[in-house]
Design a binder for this molecule. Structure first.
Ligand code: HMG
Length: 385
């Protein structure tokens, strides 16, 4: 008997503050339209020192976990490239914070922005073999490039939490996918750095080449074509990137299909435009944005392009389930984004410098402004509090 496996629930968290890209453009002497249209970003999340990937993941996961679901979780797969320890997995901290059962496997996965897709596919394969299992998959990151760099406008941060089960509420994953790896120096962050190094223009070309490669391979493997899809969801380091990806494959001769795929893309970029890059979580925030703002109905097939610099790309697909809107809390997500407060460029620059120091010293963070249920209070005796 074939088991249907996929995404049952999705939660999303981003901190309370954002920077307006018009303000950033003015401060950097750029035309605001370069950021708003050329890059395609309106706002970017500003991550305070009181939120790291563990606390952001806990805030996202707590939206979708009831005590009964927690008791059934067998595995936590945490995709991140902003880990807090070179040895201990973020997933172990998270499992403890959420009160998950001790008989849980908890592992961290790293391959740039691809880590959460690795988690999703490994989780799906695990559930295919163990159909009663429930797996918590996380994509959480803080995208940092440095003040006054070309990448600054593509920063952001937050966490997406997904529950992967049999008979999922949101999306049934197709078993076939296409993936591709090459050793490429387009974006990387050696262990001695807190900001990424990036060959920006080159990275956008590698992204597009990988998309072409895995999409062609997927079509050859499945005999499906663009006509079989209602929407394509992209990893969105900035929203213009996905727009360029979609343009590569839009069928020139079929205007109605072009219009409907473009409309779906607009829905899929709406929330990312307000938050910026989440690295591992970006593709899944874009999926959530499509579900929230789009007009899809159950039974439609969606295509996903995941890309992680360095580099790994994967094209996979899934079929939307009829009751998909009950797999996430739309009102909560709308409120979360609407309730954020703007910071000035000077405030953003100050927050950017306020990282927990790298010298291991005891630190008490100012937590007075934190509204999230989970936050980092500081460090004592070399341990996160
Ligand atoms: P840049 O040099 O500042 O920008 O870098 P630009 O000069 O290329 O301009 C950007 C766009 O704005 C261009 O449009 C301009 O024409 C347009 P395009 O040719 O691309 O269509 N423009 C304007 N439009 C309207 N009005 C104006 C105006 N002026 C210019 N007045 C770059 C841009 C993306 C390279 C930079 O921000 C960067 O390095 N970002 C970080 C790297 C990145 O995000 N790469 C994406 C692919 S790699 C990836 O996705 C993986 C990643 O998520 C990491 C991971 O895997 O972990 C990054």
């Amino acid at each position: 008997m074939t088991v249907t496996v996929g995404i049952d629930k999705i939660g999303f968290f981003t901190p309370d503050h954002y920077l307006d890209m018009v303000d950033l453009a003015h401060a950097r002497g750029e035309d605001p339209n370069k950021y708003l249209i050329g890059i395609g970003q309106s706002k970017q999340a500003v991550i305070p020192p009181t939120q790291d990937v563990v606390t952001m993941a806990a805030n996202a996961a707590s939206q979708i976990l009831t005590p009964a679901i927690k008791a059934d979780i067998n595995m936590v797969l945490f995709g991140t490239e902003s880990g807090v320890d070179n040895s201990k997995a973020t997933a172990v901290y998270l499992a403890h914070l959420l009160g998950l059962p001790a008989n849980t496997r908890a592992i961290e996965l790293k391959q740039a922005c691809y880590g959460a897709t690795a988690g999703l596919q490994l989780a799906a394969d695990f559930v295919r073999v163990h159909p009663t299992a429930k797996v918590l998959v996380i994509g959480a990151d803080i995208a940092r490039y440095g003040l006054r760099t070309a990448g600054e406008v593509t920063q952001g941060g937050g966490a997406v939490a997904m529950l992967v089960t049999a008979d999922p509420t949101i999306l049934a994953l197709d078993a076939i996918s296409s993936y591709h790896t090459a050793d490429v120096m387009d974006f990387w962050r050696p262990t001695y750095r807190t900001e990424a190094l990036v060959d920006g223009k080159y990275s956008t070309n590698v992204y597009l080449d990988f998309f072409k490669t895995v999409w062609a391979d997927y079509q050859a493997q499945t005999q499906r074509s663009i006509a079989d899809f209602s929407a394509f969801v992209f990893h969105l380091p900035f929203t213009k990137m996905g727009r360029k990806g979609l343009r590569q494959i839009l069928p020139e001769a079929d205007e109605p299909q072009q219009a409907s795929l473009t409309a779906a893309f607009e829905a899929s970029q709406a929330d990312n435009r307000e938050v910026g890059n989440l690295y591992t979580g970006s593709l899944y925030l874009s999926f959530l944005s499509l579900l929230r703002h789009g007009t899809l109905v159950g039974g439609e097939r969606l295509g996903f392009f995941s890309y992680g610099s360095g580099a790994e790309g994967e094209f996979f697909s899934g079929v939307l389930q009829p009751d998909y809107r009950s797999g996430f809390d739309d009102d909560f997500l709308t409120r979360q984004l609407a309730d954020r407060q703007a910071v000035s460029v000077a405030e953003y620059e100050a927050i950017f410098q306020q990282q927990l120091s790298n010298d291991g010293r005891d630190t008490q963070l100012a937590v007075g402004q934190e509204r999230a249920p989970y936050y980092l209070a500081g460090r004592q005796h070399q341990q996160r509090q």
